[in-house]
Design a protein. Structure first.
Length: 192
């Protein structure tokens, strides 16, 4: 008789739990998946490990959170954290040399000047595709290696379906020879 009472009590508990859960589910409003936070012109993409909505190709700044006034800011080092994860970027400052954290090599001055030229000429845009193209070119010049336009991660970043085909075809077109006049230069940020 004791086993029968225990089974009856467990059945009653199971039914009460099921009713309680069902009642809770019936009263819980449906919620949409969270919308990725806009960091600025460009696209939210998976990171190199495949984590959805964990990376960005494009500029940081308006219409996203301001990084440096109203200016669009570009990450110059893919191995460092972006401004949202790093607590912001420092104010831009001129640099006379750059070492790629991807390759460990000093970037030739011509490539540093080319990156600065592209940011100055094309980077102040609110157009998602153009900002993504500028970002890809900046990584080509300053990071190289896997982040170069023909590198594995460089190709991957531009190949995500959310990235406009225009961004995929325009990076090399935005890579002119610098005119010799200085343009804004990249700034360093904490490691990513």
């Amino acid at each position: 008789m004791h086993a029968r009472t225990v089974r009856g009590a467990l059945r009653t508990l199971a039914v009460a739990t099921a009713v309680g859960v069902a009642g809770t589910l019936a009263w819980t409003p449906a919620q949409a998946a969270p919308t990725p936070i806009s960091l600025g012109p460009g696209y939210t993409i998976p990171d190199s490990e495949g984590n959805a909505d964990a990376s960005h190709i494009g500029a940081y700044g308006p219409p996203g959170p301001a990084v440096h006034g109203d200016a669009e800011t570009y990450c110059a080092d893919p191995e460092r954290k972006g401004p949202a994860d790093a607590g912001g970027y420092a104010s831009p400052r001129p640099v006379t040399s750059w070492t790629s954290s991807v390759t460990g090599k000093t970037v030739p001055k011509e490539r540093l000047a080319q990156a600065a030229y592209v940011i100055g000429k094309y980077g102040q845009t609110r157009d998602n595709a153009r900002a993504a193209a500028v970002d890809a070119v900046v990584y080509e010049y300053l990071a190289d290696g896997t982040y170069a336009l023909d590198g594995a991660r460089g190709k991957q970043r531009l190949a995500y379906p959310v990235v406009s085909p225009t961004a995929r075809t325009s990076p090399r077109a935005t890579s002119p020879k610098p005119s010799g006049s200085p343009a804004p230069t990249p700034s360093r940020s904490p490691r990513r």
